[in-house]
Unconditional design. Sequence first.
Length: 273
Amino acid sequence: MSVTAALFQGPEHSGAVESNLSAIDAAAASAAEAGASILVTPEMSASGYDIGDLVQERAEPFDGPIFERVAAIARSRHVAIVYGYPETSGASVFNSVQVVDASGLSIARYRKTHLFGELDRTHFAPGPELLVQFDFGGLRCGLLTCYDVEFPETVRAHADAGTQWLIVPTGLMTPFEIIATHVVPTRAYESQLFITYVNRCGTEASLTYCGLSCAVAPGGSDIARFGADEQLATVKLDPAELARSRAVNTHLADRRTDLYPTGPSRVEQETDR
């Protein structure tokens, strides 16, 4: 059986938390009407991303008011929801993604591990755990956020751990369109998994988001590709397609892991002498 997922590239005009959550609610209603069982939204979709010191003001525990509101939306619309928000834990704030199922229960939570420049490092602590997975619709799912997917090691670690569908909320801005158009399809192909890469759009403070959200098949081809504006679209992810692709593209099975170094490279070792 295939999974029908809705991808929400929006809202175009990020505002207060309540207006962002209202946009997520409207997207969830449209997703349910289109037959989707899960809605994926962008990085920091509930709070805004390039919001400066408002990150600290809007940060809250994983089970705080934002979670309660998203859980209520999920229950009323009968869809699971993937959303981003600033999460407080002790003295730290993380750039987090949480997955709430259609009954309103939290089933996964990931904290961004690779922080992008001062935009992230000024406000967030790096997450301590790379591999966060959950099962949905017959697929083993994994979570990464934005910059994380630009490192081949992160996606390969997911493939090695059994991830079949990698969900990547993002806040990709110009002039880095190449990540959406070339890097993400390459990651899907080289690690043989589905990737849904769901971006923001419009402008926010100093950033102009480039859109270009996509769903990519394990063979590297686009299942869906967005433009630059706010958009909601549904895609079908078929586990059988994954099996067919891995039977033809045998990169994972053909690796010579016996030859790959697990510690510092020889060049690094010689430099240290």
